[in-house]
Design a binder for this molecule. Structure first.
Ligand code: EPU
Length: 439
């Protein structure tokens, strides 16, 4: 039996929280350290589970990892990189999807890679077919085994012209991490251009990689034989920032998110203002608050960058349960990211999920029995409930719903929230939440 979080609702969250380095960049930056022949230094590293998983995976592959006890900065020395046993890799892979990104760097340094069965959040099938297709285009041989996948490239990886069926974040990272030391030129079209990808490109550029980003989602990479280590400060976590922003709206609170960056949150801030939330951009962060009065319903579609990001959707849906009228949300990135609304309905929200594409953009999931559109009718008075956290963002959404609800909620499975929200218990307490953790 895991820990139980008891939440007494009805308290507006007020105060300051600081967001750390981005969860969707830091573990990948750690993998990139394997590509250098000198140590890399990564700063602004959050204390989250994916960082621990990647640190363990680097260490079993012979990378020496030191963490500064004061600053949390990581120094990663790959000069003694070596193969690890399948069992060791399997034991340390945790439930993260990051191991798939070890393929290119491990092939470059050791000639082969073993990838165990992958986890990650339960928000759809989350296949790795795009990753494997790309690796094959680079000349890798993929052998499926019962316990995972063995990938080798006896002749080394060769640059390729790759077109992605969808601008997948992970697959674009796979291309970057494989192409920087492949032989020859790589061009990837329909690439993802999320801020975390651009930060990864900056870091690879510091290592000596030759990368250019072009119009229309095209990225070109000229492979080089050797890369050196980097010294890089991770960009702040815009998804955590957006989560706290939604928490302020849902609880009628006022939260200053230190280190939130406007530049990477444009689409979110636009929607926040449409709903009726207020924000104030300062030099060291953004203040998000509920100005009083009614919130407005809206029509919203998630999309790849620069659109409204899928990771912002779940906490924002909780805010929409408090808006006066009918909102429609079309999730176009994941086929199964509305499972968390079941608990909201049990708490008193009116949310219906549909298989149709309820938006102006027909998406990949239409007519395929995926409940990927939601209609929310508000405002609803939420009441406390028993909740088991389904996934990272869905779990955070349940927490903020419980914080706004009448009465007491008991939440289990909160370990999942640690995957992406650093010190979230301390942060909740600092914001005045009435919460208790028990075994
Ligand atoms: N997809 C495939 N085949 C593949 C890869 C992806 O069909 O081989 C599909 C996915 O199933 C999904 C879509 O393509 O429907 C987009 O997936 P993408 O590859 O872009 O996502 P990811 O790299 O697996 C990262 C973040 C997610 C974030 C997405 C979208 C990390 C560790 N994870 O996932 O973060 O939602 O990009 O921006 O970077 C989260 O933070 O809660 C989270 C889930």
């Amino acid at each position: 039996m895991g820990k139980v979080l008891t939440i007494h609702g009805g308290v507006p969250l007020e105060g300051t929280v600081r967001v750390g380095g981005a969860k969707n960049l830091v573990p990948k930056a750690m993998v990139a350290a394997l590509l250098g022949d000198t140590p890399s230094v990564l700063r602004n590293v959050p204390e989250i589970k994916d960082v621990t998983v990647v640190r363990n995976l680097l260490e079993i592959h012979g990378v020496k990892v030191d963490q500064d006890p004061e600053t949390g900065d990581l120094t990663m020395d790959p000069s003694q990189a070596k193969s690890a046993s399948n069992q060791a890799i399997d034991a340390h892979a945790g439930d993260s999807r990051i191991p798939i990104l070890f393929c290119g760097p491990l092939i470059h340094s050791l000639g082969e890679a073993f990838i165990p069965d992958l986890g990650g959040c339960r928000i759809g099938d989350r296949p790795i077919d795009f990753h494997l297709e790309v690796l094959r285009e680079f000349g890798a041989v993929v052998d499926k085994a019962v316990d995972g996948i063995r990938i080798s490239a006896p002749l080394g990886l060769k640059g390729a012209k790759v077109h992605l069926k969808y601008p997948s974040v992970g697959t674009t990272e796979q291309v970057l991490l494989s192409a920087v030391r492949a032989k020859g030129v790589t061009e990837v079209s329909n690439a993802a251009i999320e801020p975390e990808i651009l930060d990864l490109i900056s870091l690879l550029q510091k290592m000596g990689a030759i990368i250019s980003v072009h119009r229309d989602r095209i990225i070109r990479i000229q492979g080089v034989d050797k890369l050196s280590g980097y010294d890089h400060t991770a960009l702040p976590d815009r998804n955590e920032a957006a989560s706290w922003a939604s928490a302020a709206l849902v609880t009628k609170g006022d939260i200053f998110v230190q280190d939130a960056q406007q530049r990477d949150l444009t689409a979110f801030l636009h929607v926040y203002r449409q709903i009726g939330g207020e924000f104030e951009v300062k030099s060291n962060g953004i203040r998000f608050y509920h100005p009083g009065g009614d919130l407005n319903p809206l029509i919203l579609e998630t999309d790849v960058h620069p659109g409204f990001m899928t990771d912002w959707q779940q906490p924002l849906v909780v805010a929409l349960t408090q808006a006066s009228g009918v909102s429609v949300i079309h999730e176009t990135v994941y086929e199964n990211r509305f499972g968390f609304t079941d608990a909201l309905v049990r708490m008193g929200a009116t949310v219906q999920v549909h298989t149709d594409c309820l938006g102006s953009t027909p998406c990949r999931f239409g007519q395929r029995n995926f409940k990927h559109s939601a209609v929310v009718v508000g405002p609803a008075q939420l009441s406390g409930a028993e909740i088991d956290v389904p996934d990272l963002r869905g779990g955070f959404s349940h927490l903020i719903a419980a914080l706004a609800a009448d009465g007491t909620s008991r939440v289990t499975g909160i370990e999942l929230i640690n995957r992406g929200y650093e010190h979230f218990m301390e942060k909740l307490t600092a914001l005045g939440a009435n919460v208790e953790l028990s075994e």
